[in-house]
Write a protein that binds this ligand. Structure first.
Ligand code: ADP
Ligand code: MG
Length: 456
């Protein structure tokens, strides 16, 4: 895409051809690492000059063409200071390798111990997680983390996995949600039924039983199915007997998960159980500040009284705490950055989030939020006209679930989903309803979504 980017730069920023040929054309991509692009500057050009003059326009063009923001760093072959030494190349390769290992392990790189704020509410869960990460299989096995929605369980689990991989790239780490695990079991059983050999099932077993560290998130959704619990029980026992580390999360302690078989409950109680509760005011402030630092939001100069207003009002869910901050910044940008980020704006941003203790209602908006979070896509995308399956499938699920769970007619659903017509919505909802009859994994997924929508 590089030629396209510099061509865009040339036309959008009306760069004279002599300037273009002298400065821009000789640039080559040196490396791309996570969110930074390293650009090699030719030997007879000045890095400082190019940086000063072109780094910002280039950054804008890159974001426009690639639909993603990158930092731009110019490097020169001759410049001793930034000359990439052998070790940096090695380091770069090492990081790349870790990245691809993290991908294989289903780990999100942004969730690490470094970005996790420790407070009274989570210090025990945090220190237990760190101990397990430092000595997998040796101290607390299994480690069972539990706590309410949005309090940092998933963040801690990824932190453990990332820490272990960073220290030992050879470790076989695997993070799965219990939904993914259940669907894999269902698939393997189905494939085993249609083909004479049980290859799918043995492949499944092979995969899970050769793992060093298994992280299984939201175990409360291993529901009802004896076959899945059976399979999980055996996986658990084999890993446990081989002294492999198992980390489990749930919204409740083992003994309170009704759908869980007694023998699994007692297995889960063999190790260490750590809970995470709601953060206090100081911790909420610290999390907001950390988030500002990580997302480079300092430039908005949000005053302490505004942060304190958010932290005093959003109490029980850290995801909502982050959401309020994002909403605040979105509102500020929408207003063309006029005015100030003040408490008045913050109170607007919080309208969606401050819901006094009263029971939340199942609204179409809630269903959309839950589906988007579940599939890790944005609400914007869900409401778009994009047709790729990563987006159109969750959109059809939204059509189906809103229709089933609320009284909204197809027409209203269409409007809510970014202006789809009645027949599109009906078609989507009908398709899911029809597929549900045959597709057991879809049934499992819908069952889990329904639990997320209405946990009671
Ligand atoms: P859970 O899995 O318990 O529902 P998550 O781990 O998904 O919650 O956390 C929700 C959001 O809050 C994530 O974006 C996470 O990074 C953030 N978060 C939770 N706890 C902390 C913390 N102690 N420090 C910083 N961020 C946190
Ligand atoms: Mg989670």
């Amino acid at each position: 895409k590089w030629p396209e980017i510099i061509e865009h730069l040339r036309t959008e920023h009306e760069i004279m051809s002599v300037s273009f040929n002298t400065w821009i054309k000789p640039l080559t991509i040196y490396n791309v690492l996570e969110d930074t692009i390293y650009i090699l500057v030719g030997s007879n050009a000045s890095v400082e000059y190019i940086e000063k003059k072109y780094s910002l326009p280039l950054k804008v063009c890159v974001a426009e063409i690639l639909n993603q923001e990158y930092e731009i760093v110019f490097v020169s072959k001759d410049d001793e200071r930034i000359k990439p030494s052998e070790t940096t190349i090695e380091e770069i390769n090492y990081k790349k390798q870790i990245q691809s290992l993290a991908d294989k392990a289903n780990l999100k790189k942004k969730y690490t111990f470094d970005t996790f704020v420790v407070g009274k509410n989570n210090e025990f869960a945090h220190s237990s997680s760190l101990a397990v990460a430092e000595s997998p299989g040796e101290v607390y096995n299994p480690l069972f983390l539990y706590g309410g929605v949005g309090l940092g369980k998933t963040h801690l689990m990824h932190s453990i996995g990332n820490f272990i991989l960073e220290k030992n790239p050879d470790a076989k780490v695997l993070y799965v949600t219990s939904e993914a695990f259940t669907n894999e079991v269902i698939e393997a059983l189905r494939a085993g039924r249609t083909s004479p050999e049980e290859t799918a099932m043995s492949r499944f077993r092979e995969k899970y039983r050769t793992i060093d560290v298994l992280l299984i998130d939201d175990i409360q959704f291993i529901i009802g199915k004896t076959s899945t619990q059976e399979e999980f029980f055996h996986t658990f026992n084999e890993l446990y007997d081989a002294e492999k580390q198992i980390i489990i999360s749930s919204d409740k302690p083992p003994k309170e998960i009704e759908t869980l078989e007694a023998r699994l409950k007692s297995r889960f109680e063999m190790g260490l159980i750590a809970d995470i509760s709601s953060p206090d005011y100081e911790t909420r402030m610290a999390i907001l500040k950390k988030k500002i630092e990580i997302d480079n939001l300092e430039r908005y100069h949000i005053q302490n009284d505004v942060l304190s207003y958010i932290a005093s009002n959003v109490k029980s869910n850290i995801r909502e705490l982050e959401g309020s901050l994002n909403k605040l910044i979105a509102l500020y940008r929408l207003g063309n950055n006029e005015g100030e980020i003040d408490i008045e704006l913050a109170s607007k941003a919080l309208k969606d989030y401050i819901s006094p203790e009263n029971k939340r209602e199942v609204t179409p908006e809630l269903i959309i939020d839950i589906i988007c979070e579940h599939y890790n896509i944005t609400v914007e995308n869900l409401k778009s006209n994009k047709r790729n399956v990563e987006i159109s499938f969750p959109r059809q699920i939204a059509m189906y679930l809103i229709r089933e769970e609320t009284s909204m007619p197809f027409k209203g659903i269409g409007v809510l989903l970014g202006g789809k017509d009645h027949s599109t919505v009906k078609h989507g909802a009908d398709k899911i309803a029809k597929d549900l009859k045959e597709d057991e994994t879809l049934r499992n997924t819908i069952e889990i979504l329904l639990k997320k929508i209405d946990p009671s």
